[in-house]
Design a protein around this ligand. Structure first.
Ligand SMILES: *Cc1c(COP(=O)(O)O)cnc(C)c1O
Length: 376
């Protein structure tokens, strides 16, 4: 069976995990956590990177730092993972869903302004498949209406928009290092931001409401409970695993984009015949090969194709059920305007196997199966 995903392993993970064990310090913010943050600050040109236990938790921290009041509104696409919304719902916010652009499955930036009310506080662009949202337009809207921007860059690690790394453009960026993402530590994430003014509160939030981070830097001589917070810092074993992956940022990226390019090139004839649609990456953006998907005619064709691929030994999967159609989405949110594309396109989309250790022979086999399918 060709899996849909396998967690990447590039080589030095065990060595670094052994080092962490030999250090006999396994709690958070040890040497490997610091190395991961430093590497990302440098690679992605961002002033602050706080490693977290998940992207969900990074989003939660960002939502806290946005200082929302109950009833405040947060704009995001309905085509996303539940965590994007959950983080803000926990703050008492109302979620306002906006339709996607069918060509990228990202929030349609031309439909955001109409959804802004005097309660709107935050826009959350989700960089689907590691292809950037139209950030210039989103940042202009945020400036015009005095809104914060929290980038859900869970899938966008090491992807770029006009020379800027995703996750470094808005007020906050959130990465995921879950095992289904490009770089992993099993479960993990990071909160990124440029502005120094957030450092103190972010550190306190992450360290159970204490100023322990300041204490560790020797800036104060004892630490204490200074505010509310939680425990958002990962342990060193996980950070050691991640560091081995981040050191191979380009190796992993190259392999994934090679797979993407193979699928893209060899599936072109199906698109030319009008049988499928392939993803679109605008020219001013560099994707990271996070995902390769195709879109077929409708839900029926997709279900049949997923089953047929399974018989061929290939695991293909669909993706999000739009949040506004879920029970919690109806309770905590509303869809602004008409759902022209979100539901329709989500029912047509099918993701192909994509992971670091996937062999090019297997990629070819997957492609050949798709080319030989007659049920489109
Ligand atoms: C994976 C993912 C998340 C959640 O990441 P975790 O690290 O598992 O919490 C959030 N948003 C999007 C768009 C994702 O793809």
């Amino acid at each position: 069976m060709i899996d849909f995903n396998r967690a990447p392993f590039v080589g030095k993970e065990l060595e670094y995990m052994k080092q962490a064990i030999d250090n006999a310090k396994l709690c958070g913010d040890g040497p490997f956590t610091k190395k991961c943050s430093a590497l990302m600050r440098e690679a992605f040109k961002v002033n602050h990177v706080l490693l977290t236990t998940s992207c969900t938790h990074a989003l939660e921290m960002a939502a806290f730092l946005c200082d929302l009041q109950p009833g405040d509104e947060v704009i995001m696409p309905a085509y996303t993972f539940v965590s994007t919304a959950d983080a803000f719902v926990l703050q008492g916010a109302k979620i306002v869903f906006v339709d996607v652009n069918p060509k990228t499955m990202n929030i349609d930036e031309t439909k955001i302004e109409a959804a802004i009310t005097d309660r709107t506080r935050v826009i959350v662009p989700v960089h689907y498949a590691g292809v950037a949202c139209e950030m210039d337009t989103i940042m202009e809207l945020a400036a015009k209406y005095n809104l914060k921007v929290v980038e859900d860059a869970a899938q966008g690690v090491n992807a770029w928009y006009k020379g800027k790394a995703l996750g470094t453009i808005g007020d906050f960026g959130c990465f995921s290092f879950h095992e289904t993402k490009n770089y992993t530590m099993g479960e993990g994430g990071a909160l990124l931001f440029q502005d120094d003014k957030y450092v103190e509160r972010a550190e306190i939030l992450r360290e159970k409401g204490t100023n322990r981070s300041k204490f560790f830097r020797g800036q104060i001589d004892k630490y204490t409970w200074v505010g509310y917070g939680s425990s958002y810092l990962p342990g060193e074993l996980n950070a050691a695993y991640l560091f081995a992956q981040l050191e191979e940022l380009e190796t992993i990226n190259q392999k994934r984009t090679e797979i993407f390019d193979y699928y893209h090139e060899h599936l072109a004839p199906l698109e030319e015949k009008g049988l499928i649609e392939r993803p679109w990456v605008p020219e001013d953006r560099i994707h990271n090969g996070h995902m390769y998907y195709i879109k077929v005619k409708d839900l029926k064709v997709r279900t049949d194709l997923i089953n047929w691929m399974k018989e061929k030994g290939i695991h293909c999967v669909f993706h999000y059920i739009p949040l506004h159609t879920a029970p919690a989405g109806m309770k905590y949110g509303r869809f602004h305007g008409e759902d022209v594309y979100t539901t329709r396109e989500s029912e047509r989309l099918m993701r192909l196997p994509m992971y670091y250790s996937l062999s090019m022979e297997d990629v070819k086999y997957v492609t050949d199966c798709l080319l030989s399918y007659t049920g489109y």
